[in-house]
Ligand binder design. Sequence first.
Ligand SMILES: [Zn+2]
Length: 235
Amino acid sequence: MKKIWIDAGHGGFDSGAVGNSLREKDVTLQLVLYTQSYLEQNYQDIEVRLTRSTDVFVSLSERAKRANSWGADIFVSIHVNAGGGTGFETYIYQTTGLNQTSILQKALHTEIVESIRKYGSIVDRGLKKANYAVLRETTMSAVLTENLFIDTVTDAEQLKKENFLHEVGGAHARGIAKYLDLPSKGNTLYVVQARDTFYSISKKYNIPVQQLQCANPGVKPTMLRIGQHIIIPIV
Ligand SMILES: [Zn+2]
């Protein structure tokens, strides 16, 4: 079971950046909710927790503290940029070397840039490092994404599109799944003991026959799970 913490930037009295009649706290919340639902719909063996699923304020240290005490495997913080630029960038903590955190950053960055490109040209501002509190104070691999610029008209136009936010949320989920090597929901193999039971098992548990395969000789049918395989005892 992988524990995934997703952190929507800002909230409550802290609107984050504002521009082009958008508030950062609203956009980040939408992105986080889409990321969560994509993860839960498409992958198994995960538990997803959010810093916030509504418009409330949570301090930066409190965000890190909650993820730490839950024992999250990864922490992904979602933000929208401001300051007159354009494009997408990701951050990890400034002193992080080449390790798991860099690999998570690369997985997220690559997946999201690729997805955003479907909506037109996008400036890839690169993989960066910074001394951000949520990156510094979290004890697991942590990445912060800056998804376009709220105060740049062409970027804001994208951020106003529901399907664009869906796409970017989905891309966060796929990046996470790639890094954690999450088994996707449709690909689970259910292992049964003999081929002639496939039909009855398929009917009884409502599992497509193509997802059933024979257990290796000697596999104990009482075991519920071997790797991604779920063992179903013969009925
Ligand atoms: Zn922000």
